[in-house]
Design a protein around this ligand. Structure first.
Ligand code: AMP
Ligand code: ZN
Length: 492
């Protein structure tokens, strides 16, 4: 029986403002779309936090035996500086400043994004589509919105008429805003713009002659508006109506609000059952952001090369630090907080490493089944990782008592206990046991040094066939020997 049948899950839905029972559209399947990065610079730790929140959510669905299609896009066109409609594309701007082809910018920062996520032990999404790879789909959606009368053409661009849309729908349904207030609080267009109303947003923008990112369309050579790509890619891979859409809290308005409007206008239905928003990582009490420079890069944490932290911290410690907060809470990054997280992480891993030395007895004095259910209860309550971690520290306490012989456990309970701890620590939270990895590295070093010794002996015996064979076979395994005046060293 799949685990999800016995572990009912509640998700906080930003649309209703309430925790709701999770009922997928297709039993046993989850379709989840998460807005990915705009690849015009290195991801900072704030971005990593949002993607990590959804990595854990993805992992927990998998743990519950759901079949998950997780789509996380790459924004490689259409995101204008300052998130507005007029101005320069973030990627085109970077390309101009660095004298690169825009796709060189995209490639560089997509590779960086993947490297960072890998170092933090993220699972790859099922599909990672790009906005530039879906221009045709975006043009088709614009045509449909124009056909409904809600999209209008102006000087080669196409805009979405929010006021007209609001006559039959509710623009502001997600963010709780109301169109009259929005209009009252924005300056008049004064004939400065092609838009009918200041709140209208671009579906297609005509490219100025100097704009290098451009595609042909029925309206002009131009480029799609930022909100459109996510409508195109989510519905292409998950259907017009899917389970979960996520992103950082700052995307709720206007990005996600506009996505809902585009879908409603195009298909007549609201696209998403559960809207999920991850809260911000702050530094010095202010949102980490690329634009303000108030941020720290993941690489700067791992290397210790920064002026915020007292030393370097590992990816697992950083991950543990972030998961100690619930994904909907603001989290402030500081040296004290990550130092404390490192202590906690080490204590947890020491206990996990001690599991194999615990011996079973005839009876159990600890109620393992209840403890395990409390771990599930935490995650079933809108993915509450801090409560799960608190339960894992309860397990650390049990392990220490068992080691001291102050509690007892049967073989069957011990197996259940160890399986559950490993599942929650490694599969669900995605932590890695760095000591175990270090110990494997020590073993590798020992084996290679032994082979270096054998190669030295073969050379002394003038058995060059053997010494070359050792060197070549190590190269084939990706291990390079370097002979120097102080002896032979190696690199992997
Ligand atoms: P961007 O590359 O700017 O489109 O952002 C990628 C993701 O990171 C989006 O989901 C943002 O909401 C999220 N994000 C940006 N800044 C922060 C932050 N300080 N803390 C958490 N998430 C953030
Ligand atoms: Zn998006």
């Amino acid at each position: 029986m799949p685990l999800y049948t016995t572990q009912p899950l509640k998700i906080y839905n930003s649309l209703s403002g309430e925790k709701e029972n999770f009922n997928p559209i297709h039993e046993g399947n989850v379709g989840m779309y998460v807005c990915g990065p705009t690849v015009y610079s290195n991801v900072h730790l704030g971005n990593v936090r949002t993607f990590m929140s959804f990595d854990v959510i993805f992992r927990y669905f998998l743990h519950l035996d759901y079949k998950v299609r997780y789509v996380r896009n790459i924004t490689d066109v259409g995101h204008i500086v300052d998130d507005v409609d007029e101005g320069e594309d973030k990627i085109a701007k970077k390309a101009r400043l660095e004298q690169l082809e825009p796709m060189e910018v995209v490639q560089r920062y997509t590779v960086d994004f993947h490297d960072i996520l890998k170092s933090f032990n993220f699972l790859p999404p099922s599909i990672e589509p790009t906005a530039t790879g879906h221009i045709i789909e975006q043009i088709e959606i614009i045509k449909k919105i124009i056909d409904t009368g809600i999209g209008y053409k102006a000087n080669g661009s196409v805009y979405f008429d929010v006021v007209k849309y609001n006559e039959t729908n509710n623009y502001g349904v997600l963010s709780g805003r109301n169109i009259e207030d929005m209009l009252a609080n924005t300056r008049d267009l004064d004939g400065q713009s092609d838009k009918r109303n200041p709140q209208d947003f671009a579906l297609w923008k005509k490219a100025e002659p100097e704009h290098i990112m451009r595609w042909p369309s029925p309206w002009s050579d131009g480029f799609p508006g930022w909100h459109l790509e996510c409508t195109a890619m989510s519905t292409k891979y998950l259907g017009n109506h899917f389970d979960i859409h996520g992103g950082g809290m700052d995307l709720k308005f206007p990005h996600h609000e506009c996505e809902i409007a585009q879908n409603e206008a195009c298909t007549g239905q609201s696209p998403v059952n559960y809207w999920m928003h991850a809260n911000m990582l702050t530094l010095n009490g202010k949102k980490m952001a690329k634009s303000t420079g108030n941020n720290i890069l993941p690489g700067e944490i791992l290397s210790g090369d920064n002026n915020i932290l007292s030393k370097a911290f590992s990816a697992s410690v950083t991950r543990f630090f972030m998961l100690q907060a619930h994904y909907r809470s603001i989290l402030d990054f500081s040296d004290d907080a990550i130092v404390a997280a490192e202590k906690g992480y080490k204590r947890l891993m020491e206990a996990v490493d001690a599991l194999p030395v615990i011996s079973a007895g005839a009876t159990s004095s600890i109620d393992i089944a209840s403890w395990k259910q409390l771990c599930y209860d935490a995650m079933n309550d809108d993915f509450n990782t801090p409560i799960l971690i608190a339960q894992l520290f309860e397990a650390v306490r049990y392990i220490n008592l068992l080691k001291e012989g102050k509690e007892t456990i049967t073989a069957e309970d011990l197996a259940t206990f160890a399986t559950a701890i490993n599942a929650f620590v490694f599969d669900v939270l995605g932590l890695s046991d760095e000591k175990a990895a270090d110990s494997n590295n020590d073993k590798l070093e020992g084996v290679v040094n032994m082979l270096i010794g054998m190669r030295n002996q073969a050379r002394a015996d003038k058995n060059f066939a053997l010494s070359d064979q050792i060197r070549d076979q190590l190269i084939a395994l990706g291990i390079q020997l370097k002979d120097g005046k102080d002896g032979t060293t190696f690199s992997v």
